[in-house]
Design a protein around this ligand. Sequence first.
Ligand code: PLP
Length: 395
Amino acid sequence: MSLNININQNYFNVKKNYLFSEIAKRVNAYSAAHPDAEIIRLGIGDVTLPLSPVVVNALKTASDEMGRAETFRGYAPEYGYDFLRKAISDYYKKFPVDLSPEEIFVSDGAKSDVGNIVDILGDNEILIPDPVYPVYLDSNIMSGHKVTFLTGSRENGFLPLPRGIEEKPYIVYLCSPNNPTGAVYSREGLREWVDFANKTGSLIIFDSAYEAFISGNYPHSIYEIEGAKSCAVEICSFSKTAGFTGTRCAWSVFPDRLTAGENKLSFLWSRRQATKFNGVPYIVQRAAEAALSPEGQKQCRESIAYYMENARIIGEVLKSKGIYYTGGENSPYLWLECPNGAESWEFFDYLLENVQIVGTPGAGFGAAGEGYFRLTSFGSRESTLKAAERLKGLL
Ligand code: PLP
């Protein structure tokens, strides 16, 4: 007998995400027909280099502590151990941004925080860039919210600004450096958004998961912009910075000054986390702390430099062929216009069939991604160099 309950009907409004299953289907079919083909995967959005030695040592030491009665720990504090909140607050000093440890809330992933923040917000109008990381849209659709897209294009360099938008309060999602376009907001661009938000009473949810890949003179944190503490939450992660995609640790910043009427958003978030979340494992938080130590930072930077050299190698090929692209300089992603007006999936098949390279069709990240294609620098040097040679011969 079927249940006689009401379910969340909004879930039926979330578009099925065929992207990665469709990629797998096409690659498997190609492999079956060409068993000897050497396929190079430049579509992956996951890191491939191992955790750095400093992080592994911290995991081992903390595991030993957990195995001794005197140093064993049970539930972790819901908002993170003080040592990690302090280490994150110190990390911000170099930008320079001044945040107290109490404004930082440790979690098991930026995806969780991005998805969970809808819990503390009511029914607002939502502005979401297109193309972008799909979790912003899907989590709002699941909550039945009305979403308007901020269209990225070649004209705005995939960095939409608050121009021509009706002045009223919104929840605005910004991702810089952006996944999938790799485009990164300048100080002036972010200032426009912060000024717009403060003028209209809007909240910006700023996803800085890729900030560590920035090498140019761009803001790493939205709090580098004056006035951001009264209008922005920032969500960041150890996933791409320190190879924690499988280890899981991230944080959100709720500045003390961020209020809706009389209510501090940090209070609502504390309440939400304390009710629905039981903290990140001690050993993982010690590992994250190690990643922020001077030696940990050095080792993480080496991994990032490795990926960024891969990005440079792919970028050189695109440049030499006169193909328009964004990203690759301050981001592990390169976002290119499909040559000869090809559609995203057409170009996917063209690369797979002719040079056995797998990328990600831009159309999978939003309607404005049609006609574009994402390549990533998370592969090995060897496969990236091989892919570059193949692309040089084809494009
Ligand atoms: N934000 C963006 C823009 C991402 O691209 C990703 C992962 O790909 C995440 C957040 C998720 O990060 P985490 O691994 O911390 O959940």
